[in-house]
Design a protein around this ligand. Structure first.
Ligand SMILES: NC(=O)c1ccc[n+]([C@@H]2O[C@H](COP(=O)([O-])OP(=O)(O)OC[C@H]3O[C@@H](n4cnc5c(N)ncnc54)[C@H](O)[C@@H]3O)[C@@H](O)[C@H]2O)c1
Length: 445
């Protein structure tokens, strides 16, 4: 099949590359000419394990192409995947300007039957808006061309995106058109070899399914964080509680790891967008509002623990931060807890030395230049360099190299042996035996 994928971010590039890997002829279009030039040069603008090799193999085999021209790409294909960003507006609603701009461009150039596929995460009703924008453009051109708009939300996780796309738990296809459904069935057939994972439903149902999935996962995280904070108050070890409830098959172990809050480009904005969607139909989404509120507070838990230990004026205090990405396996800093922590620490007068195995370049580009100029923030070359003369180490992202560090070496180079563990990676008893003052999230020391 000939496919156009619009947007070459974490979702679009993975989608296009995986379709090409299955033998399709794919053109990935992006409005950013620098990204397209880099991709044509074989350079991947994001960090995603395994992606670079797949991109270069498929480009070499002439199945994967990159372009800034949607009009050119559209001419040869019958499936247009919209994978552009849907960030939050100030009021929490999803900003659909990128999606609707693509729809407009499609309407300006459409000249044969095609299926327009919303892969971006979009509120219920967006497919109707995309259809209306395309129809308006066709009317302006005074042409009548048949097309369908399908909702096919994406569930990949950054850091495991290729595996998730190639072996999905489910493929959601929202459409009421038999023609579109058949094209989608054929396209996804190679991803369904062992068993058919596709769930067909209405377009609006599919749009809601994506938000409901992310809201459910965010709810599990905020729930266990609330329990962990209560454990801190009640001298209970949340690690025992986590294992105790996870063993219940109705609850399960996934997404019940307490920590310093969820971040990333999906959960925070999608929960907010769903709250906004509820407000737009005068429904008070009490659960979702609490999930969001708990998370905002949870992202400040590490700073609160630091203030309890060192006081609220942190002048003269040096904090070593391990991990900047919103989670391991990615260079993505969007809504990362590290950003909240760095703002709080530097605002309170602390000096910060930070290290991340992958997200250092992204951090250098994103963080305020003044922090670097004033030496409020130093990005260390190595995880242990971030701890030299530090009054405390704070673990924010649980990258594998942070899991079993050389505690003796750490103790020698740190000014004070204080470890604040935002992801409950270390054993309180072992830490205490090694001579560390240890603070986890809901852990009994
Ligand atoms: N990142 C994830 O893990 C993930 C997972 C599932 C779903 N999603 C959803 O997928 C969508 C895309 O997310 P992402 O993280 O890949 O975003 P991203 O910001 O990484 O990428 C979006 C890309 O779209 C391009 N773009 C914007 N307007 C364009 C236009 N008019 N024409 C062509 N290109 C244009 C941008 O230049 C950018 O490269 C979002 O709705 C997101 O919620 C993301």
């Amino acid at each position: 099949m000939n496919i156009t994928v619009i947007g070459t971010g974490y979702v679009g590039l993975v989608t296009g590359t995986c379709f090409a890997e299955m033998g399709n002829n794919v053109t990935c279009v992006d409005a950013d000419p620098n990204k397209v030039a880099a991709l044509k040069d074989g350079k991947i603008p994001i960090y995603e394990p395994g992606l670079e090799v797949l991109v270069s193999n498929n480009a070499r085999e002439n199945r994967l192409h990159f372009s800034t021209s949607l009009a050119e790409a559209m001419a040869d294909s019958s499936l247009y995947f919209i994978g552009v960003g849907t960030p939050s507006n100030d009021d929490g609603s999803a900003d659909l300007s990128q999606v609707l701009a693509v729809a407009k461009e499609i309407g300006q150039h459409l000249d044969h039957y095609a299926v327009v596929v919303d892969k971006s995460t979009v509120p219920v009703g967006t497919a109707d808006r995309v259809r209306a924008v395309i129809e308006a453009e066709l009317q302006k051109r005074d042409v009548e061309i048949d097309f369908d708009v399908v909702s096919n939300p994406e569930f990949l996780k950054e850091g495991a995106a290729i595996e998730d796309f190639m072996r999905p738990d489910r493929i959601i296809v929202g459409t009421d058109s038999d023609r579109a459904r058949e094209l989608m069935r054929q396209l996804y057939m190679p991803f369904n070899m062992n068993r058919d994972r596709t769930v067909y439903m209405g377009v609006r149902d599919a749009e809601m399914t994506k938000y409901a999935a992310n809201a459910m996962l965010a709810t599990k995280i905020s729930f266990i964080n609330e329990i962990a904070n209560l454990c801190d108050c009640l001298d209970v070890d949340v690690e025992n509680v986590r294992r105790g409830i996870g063993s219940d098959s109705r609850i399960g172990y996934s997404y019940i790891y307490p920590g310093c809050g969820y971040g990333g480009s999906c959960f925070p904005k999608d929960v907010k967008a769903l709250i906004h969607l509820a407000e737009s139909c005068q429904y008070d989404s009490q659960v979702l509002r609490s999930v969001d509120e708990r998370n905002k507070r949870q992202q400040r838990v590490l700073f609160e623990k630091i203030c309890q230990r060192f006081g609220s004026d942190l002048s003269g205090i040096t904090i070593g931060v391990w991990g900047l990405a919103f989670k391991p396996g990615t260079d993505d800093l969007r809504e990362a807890t590290s950003l909240v922590l760095l703002h709080d620490l530097i605002g309170a007068g602390a000096r910060v030395k930070a290290y991340d195995p992958i997200a250092m370049d992204a951090a250098r580009k994103l963080l305020p230049k003044a922090w670097f100029d004033n030496c409020d923030l130093v990005l260390a070359d190595h995880q242990y360099d971030a701890l030299k003369a530090a009054d405390a180490m704070v673990l924010v992202t649980e990258w594998k190299p942070f899991r079993t560090p050389d505690f003796m070496a750490m103790k020698k180079i740190m000014k004070q042996p204080v470890v604040i563990d935002g992801r409950n990676q270390y054993d309180p008893q072992q830490m205490s035996e090694a001579g560390f003052e240890y603070l986890g999230i809901g852990r009994r020391g």
